[in-house]
Design a protein around this ligand. Structure first.
Ligand code: CMC
Length: 441
């Protein structure tokens, strides 16, 4: 079923023929050319590397207006949700489409609590990874391993999906905290039934046999808010991967595991780790913000100012605005002062005043300030992208479910323009030059 409306048509003239293509309009007035009959009618495909001009689905989950800097989940502004909701409420909103009533929330929390443990055999996996293993690699492989322990997700009933969703949300938190303990070499801390989602995570991260962790309300609220900022962002790279993998009818765990791998890349969620590394390097080496900006502009240098720029936002990323506020609050609450925050703010000011950044509409994105807040909470740099994954999970799940239930169930299978050798044979190749075939050597 299609929800967009046809508002007009666009005429394509090609090869002596004319084709009327419907122009569709979404609920926020954004328009798209419907080219579903294009190849059949003309033999043409569209060519859009990076897919910057391609709408791949109808979606009722998240709306982004990149020109105005608006981000909404299910119609609610991100600032509104960050101010008034917990991460778990937003997760429920994304997956179910509406905010939970108190009894729905309690039932959801109960399910989350019940499914927060890992099978003990899975716990042993952690001891087998090398000490230097990146937590994103652990996260991805542990998530796909869940499908070996919890095969009922193969069932298609709503109940089985509900259990799978809470299981995944709850266990990802446990896996994330365990991977940190593995990295630290500390004993793991099991989830506790009396703690809420974010408190529980912080306790699993920071409680040790010799140091009782007392949840700090300011830090807990900040973590809830940061995870809300990450929770969904329409058809970004990792979400597109989750939907594409899901379109082959791969199970939810396999699809999310693939999404985690996509998020890991430094142009996507991995940028938060890069931002901190750049800031720390610059502070240590004494490089000024101006020097970093000059380096980012230098065409002979492949250095990019991570945490700046976005495919969709051509103004200040609304998530970055909230993240900057959270970051300042957490730092002043916990340590009163962080020279790295001063440096980041100076760097932001220098970049925003620079014509190169202005002409290309390069503003701070969500990853510019979130890492500084995570760092202030005591979360190590290599865990930053894990935090992003933890936040993005409800969005991935919602998008996977939407993909599964919509779009006529078609597998994602783009086309290409082939530019390689036209045709050759092995016999011709062997005759034309001395060539030792590997199987004959
Ligand atoms: N530093 C320096 N120059 C940049 C940057 C940057 N961070 N970002 C873009 N540019 C330049 C780029 O060189 C190009 O210049 P020109 O037109 O002269 O060739 C122009 O701006 C357009 O860039 P693009 O790479 O074509 O833009 P894109 O839409 O393909 O890429 C991006 C978007 C986010 C990958 C890119 O801005 C970038 O690499 N930023 C740094 C990485 C980063 O912070 N990623 C997190 C994104 S937000 C969270 C998320 O979604 O995961």
């Amino acid at each position: 079923m299609s929800f967009t409306k046809k508002v007009t048509t666009a005429r394509l003239s090609y090869d002596g023929k004319e084709l009327d293509l419907p122009v569709l309009e979404g609920d926020m007035g954004e328009r798209g050319l419907d080219i579903r009959n294009l190849r059949q009618e003309t033999g043409l495909v569209t060519f859009d590397p990076g897919m910057a001009n391609s709408g791949v689905c109808e979606s009722n989950i998240t709306f982004v207006d990149g020109a105005k800097g608006i981000l909404r989940y299910r119609g609610y502004d991100i600032e509104d949700l960050a101010e008034h909701c917990s991460f778990l409420e937003v997760a429920y909103l994304l997956v179910h489409g509406f905010l939970p009533t108190p009894s729905e929330y309690n039932a959801f929390s109960h399910l989350m609590n019940q499914h927060s443990m890992l099978h003990e055999n899975m716990r042993h996996f952690f001891s087998l990874y090398p000490d230097h293993a990146h937590p994103m690699a652990i996260l991805s492989s542990m998530v796909v391993s869940l499908s070996t322990f919890y095969p009922e997700l193969e069932a298609d009933s709503t109940e089985a999906i509900d259990i799978t969703v809470s299981r995944l949300l709850s266990k990802l938190r446990t896996i994330a905290a365990f991977s940190y303990k593995k990295y630290k070499g500390d004993p793991i801390v099991y989830p506790r039934p009396d703690l809420r989602y974010c408190e529980n995570f912080l306790n699993m991260m920071f409680h040790t046999p010799v140091n009782n962790y007392e949840p700090d309300p300011v830090v807990t609220r900040a973590l809830n808010q940061l995870l809300i900022l990450h929770a969904d962002h329409e058809q970004n790279c990792s979400t597109s991967v989750v939907r594409a993998v899901g379109s082959s009818r791969a199970n939810l765990y396999a699809s999310i595991s693939a999404g985690i791998c996509a998020l890991w890349g430094p142009l996507h969620g991995g940028a938060n780790q890069r931002v901190l590394e750049i800031l720390e390097d610059a502070m240590h080496s004494g490089a000024s913000p101006k020097l970093l900006v000059e380096k980012a502009k230098d065409r002979n240098n492949n250095f990019r100012l991570f945490g700046f720029g976005h495919r969709v936002y051509k103004t200040y990323d609304p998530r970055a605005k909230v993240a900057k506020k959270i970051c300042t609050q957490v730092i002043s609450h916990l340590s009163h002062h962080d020279p790295l925050l001063d440096y980041a703010q100076e760097l932001e000011a220098v970049a925003l005043a620079d014509p190169y950044f202005q002409e290309r509409h390069l503003y701070p994105n969500v990853d510019f300030f979130t890492g500084l807040a995570y760092r202030a909470m005591g979360i190590p740099v290599n865990m930053f992208t894990v935090m992003f994954a933890l936040g993005r999970l409800p969005g991935w799940i919602a998008q996977w479910l939407e993909q599964r239930d919509g779009e006529g169930g078609r597998i994602v299978r783009p086309r290409q323009l082939y530019v390689g050798p036209v045709h050759r044979t092995v016999a011709e190749t062997l005759a034309s030059k001395p060539y030792v075939h590997p199987t004959h050597s």
